[in-house]
Design a protein around this ligand. Structure first.
Ligand code: SR1
Ligand code: MG
Length: 408
């Protein structure tokens, strides 16, 4: 039976759950040897570090409401089922980028997994100006492989459609539809603003027909294009890493959606980190621009290689005639160019919502001088407005555009 755990009751729960107990304690060892600490700072769930004499683990539990709002925003616990099932699939596809799962319970809406105690959250690391030479290689592989091996390019038609059904994540998709694609573009009580932000800028983009049409297109795409199993919330707070290893965590928003959404959300969070920097931080700015370029280019090459190699082996989508592989390659190039356009559109949407919507990002919120923060936010809004209403040849052109709005 479900019950909400806390730092005290969690020990009793572990004591009565032999699969978890045996991971932490010897047979006759007392639960007094356990330490439990809640460390979650996310918007949705509670996360505990459990320590015993021999090891430590993470226990994550979903509660029946949205943590960042409170009990007045009910949210069913089924999100943990989506998280558990997505973790299993991602682990199978990308074993080195997904934490080890030791135990899961749909009834208790919890998962027990590897404690990544030698790794830190990417967002915090970027705020501390840390550099990760392998990150773009790792994330581009995670994206290219999870998004390819769960798509129609790889799965047979029946399996893919069964997956779409299984990952119909109604409630969390609705959160994204509301908090990314709707509320930021209207006056809504959930929106939050830096008091120093010039509201004329906000009102201007809200009334701009071209921006509204472009955002509506991205929302429609999000709601209708079941291309692959997405992580669904791939911001820099969903990545834990050190110089050698990268882990992607928290896929509770997983569902079948447009591939460009995962890419765009990740690139947007890099871009916001870029905008948060002081004018003189040239070196770290260059580093972030390289991350954006490398992530996209590596992803595009790896995704295309996945398509072509699979096609060579299986001939699953192409017709069987001489020269058909060459034609398939044209299709792959066109498909990836479309993913690029989608990614930039979603990048812009994520930048709008993190500026005027409910959930902000620490990179920007940590700017103490509210006037400086307002300038950064103005730059982000104007950059997002331009990106979502324009078309770009390649990622270098996008970087040039972003640079134009970096004028603090
Ligand atoms: C209202 S929930 C806010 C956000 O937290 C999650 O990390 C998702 O990004 C969601 O949109
Ligand atoms: Mg999360």
């Amino acid at each position: 039976m479900y019950k909400i755990l806390d730092e005290d009751s969690i020990k009793g729960y572990i004591d009565s759950t032999s699969e978890i107990r045996s991971l932490l304690l010897d047979k006759d060892e007392s639960i007094e040897n356990l330490e439990a600490k809640e460390i979650g700072d996310g918007n949705l769930n509670f996360v505990y570090i459990i320590k015993s004499k021999k090891r430590s683990l993470v226990l994550k539990q979903a509660v029946p409401f949205l943590r960042c709002v409170g009990v007045e925003y009910p949210l069913s616990r089924i999100r943990m089922t989506f998280e558990i099932e997505a973790l299993k699939i991602e682990k199978e596809i990308c074993p080195s980028f997904v934490p080890e799962i030791y135990y899961s319970s749909h009834d208790m809406s919890l998962v027990v997994m590897q404690n990544l105690d030698k790794h830190k959250i990417l967002r915090e690391e970027m705020i501390n100006r840390e550099v990760f030479p392998l990150l773009s290689q790792h994330i581009s592989t995670f994206l290219a492989d999870t998004l390819f091996y769960t798509s129609d390019f790889y799965l047979n038609s029946t399996k893919k459609k069964e997956n779409v059904k299984k990952f119909t994540n109604i409630e969390l998709c609705k959160i994204t539809e509301d908090f990314i694609f709707t509320h930021p573009y209207e006056e809504n009580e959930t929106n939050e603003y830096n008091p120093k932000l010039d509201m004329n800028i906000v009102n201007r983009f809200r009334k701009d027909r071209d921006i509204k049409v472009a955002v509506a297109k991205m929302k429609y795409k999000f709601m209708t294009e079941a291309q692959a199993l997405l992580h669904g919330d791939l911001h820099t707070g969903s990545i834990m890493l050190n110089k050698k290893e990268t882990y992607v965590i928290d896929p509770e928003f997983a569902f079948y959606g447009p591939i460009g959404f995962d890419i765009g959300i990740y690139l947007a969070n890099l871009t916001m980190s870029y905008f948060s920097l002081e004018f003189i931080e040239i070196k770290y700015k260059e580093y972030i621009k390289c991350m954006i370029i490398d992530t996209w280019e590596l992803f595009a090459n790896k995704f295309k290689a996945n398509m072509i190699n699979h096609e060579k082996r299986q001939k699953s989508l192409q017709w069987n005639y001489k020269g058909s592989l060459e034609h398939y390659e044209y299709f792959a190039d066109e498909f990836i160019k479309k993913l690029f356009d989608d990614s930039i559109g979603f990048l812009a949407c994520e930048m709008f919502r993190r500026t005027v919507g409910l959930a902000k990002v620490a990179d920007i919120v940590k700017i103490k001088d509210l006037k400086r923060r307002a300038i950064v936010e103005k730059n982000m809004l104007e950059c997002a407005s331009k990106l979502i209403t324009s078309k770009y040849k390649d990622i270098d052109e996008v970087i040039k555009e972003i640079e134009k709005y970096d004028n603090q």
